[in-house]
Design a protein around this ligand. Sequence first.
Ligand code: B12
Length: 477
Amino acid sequence: MKVKLILPSLTEARSPLFRPIKYSLFPPLGLATLAAYLDPDDEVTLQDEHVETLDLTDEPDLVIIQVYITNAYRAYRYADHYRAKGAHVCLGGLHVTSLPDEAAIHADTIFTGPGEDTFPVFLRDFAAGNPARRYDAPLVRSLDRLPPMRRDLIRRPLYLVPNSLIVSRGCPHHCDFCYKDAFFGAGTGFYVRQVDSVLREIESLPGKHLYFLDDHLFGHPRFAGMLFDAMAGMGRVFQGASTVSALLKPGLLEKAAAAGLRSVFVGFENLDPNNLRDHGKVQNLGRDYATAIRRAHDHGVMVNGSFVFGMDEDGPEVFDRTSDWAIEHGVETASFHIMTPYPGTGLYQRMEEQGRLLHQDWERYDTRHTVFRPARLRPEELEEGYWRAYDRFYAWSAILEGARHKPLTAAVRHLAYAGAWKKFEWVWRSLIRMKQVTLGLPLLEKALGLGAKPGRSPIKPAFPIAADRATRHHPVA
Ligand code: B12
């Protein structure tokens, strides 16, 4: 059987206004995960429109498309295209789960929730000539029998972070702006893989650098502790995400840093406790953000802060105040977002009930556009402020100011990391044009490793490593 898996480009990724490197970072792990359930004899292609031009001239029997909110219209166009050619088209992912009826118009089969349990069932039904129109993920889920994802289908040179991996699903918290509760529904909302399987995957990945794409890598303390203990001595440097409260608790951060954690993504979201309370971000309430940052820095871990603008208490002062705060606390990189009510979330429901949604053009639900009526800002004021926050935070003077009070190596690392990320756009663009984005990876590893404690030599793992597909097809990055 000929199978085609497609990640259509997020629409904002096509715009000259946005930075192409952001869309050449992470390979489509969700699709590579689903591909692991296909028959080894199937002829499989995986195309990611962020990094390559889609070939739409082929004649697959089965087409699998991952739908995010801002690629939904593209996804539907490709779905219609392949259905017209007689292929069986499956749609799944976050947006399909939020709006299954919208997606169903363009699909032979739709899937809600994570696909690990439903996709293999569909494949059996499809082979028997009896596929259903819709599969909903079961309420009880586990990753215990997860087959290794098909990394051989990923074109590594096209990504800056080919060694992205994911060791859990979901998150233990319930913020009302996050897709998570809608996606996992009433079922298991946070679950982790077996540590051994993660270690085997890590061993199969070439080079030093790893990026954990989990929503909350520290979210299951026992699992995370075991993972970090086992990783110590593997000679890796890695990045991942945590909450403020997990950074404040002694124990895990120390283990993570010893295992090679060099930068952590933290959802600060907003500096106003009333805003945090409004959106159910209770895990941040009363937490000392400054101490969390200091603890990370003390352990040689850089901070990538994430902030959301447009909450009800936010007025015109919020933009400068937030970027200045981040600069003052030596946050190395920051991402700002305009609050965006994704369909299916508590926030969306609230905005709809209050009549505050401005439109339902999903392509503009990209966290760069205002799609609802803010309480204390005009919609265009919110967009202007959002761009200004970026300009202010990434001005050279601000980068220097943020690095100024740090010990020398940490200051150099701050400058190198923030500068390389935001100030050398032409380098990233050239690498993308050459289709050799991975060439930037040694630079990233160098910047992350600066000032870190001397690495220990890699130890042999205490279990046999399967010669898995990734090592066979991609010996070295
Ligand atoms: C990598 C990533 C990106 C990449 C996306 C490209 C890529 N390579 O996937 C980039 C950097 C471009 C990106 C951009 C953005 N992202 Co992003 N991203 C992620 C991240 C960190 C990992 C995705 C991943 O690999 N997951 C692991 C795999 C296993 O899960 P999965 O992809 O969901 O696939 C599973 C299911 O969805 C399902 N499935 C998916 N497709 C299909 C199809 C079929 C047929 C079936 C059966 C099943 C199925 O089965 C898969 C296996 O379970 C997630 C967080 C997360 N932990 O998931 C956020 C996440 C998806 N991003 C998020 C956000 C907010 C954004 C941005 C808006 C951020 C910003 N301001 O720039 C933008 C734009 C997103 C948009 N417009 O929708 C949010 C939610 C977005 C939403 N509701 O649509 C998430 C969930 C993070 C969060 N917790 O808030 N992101």
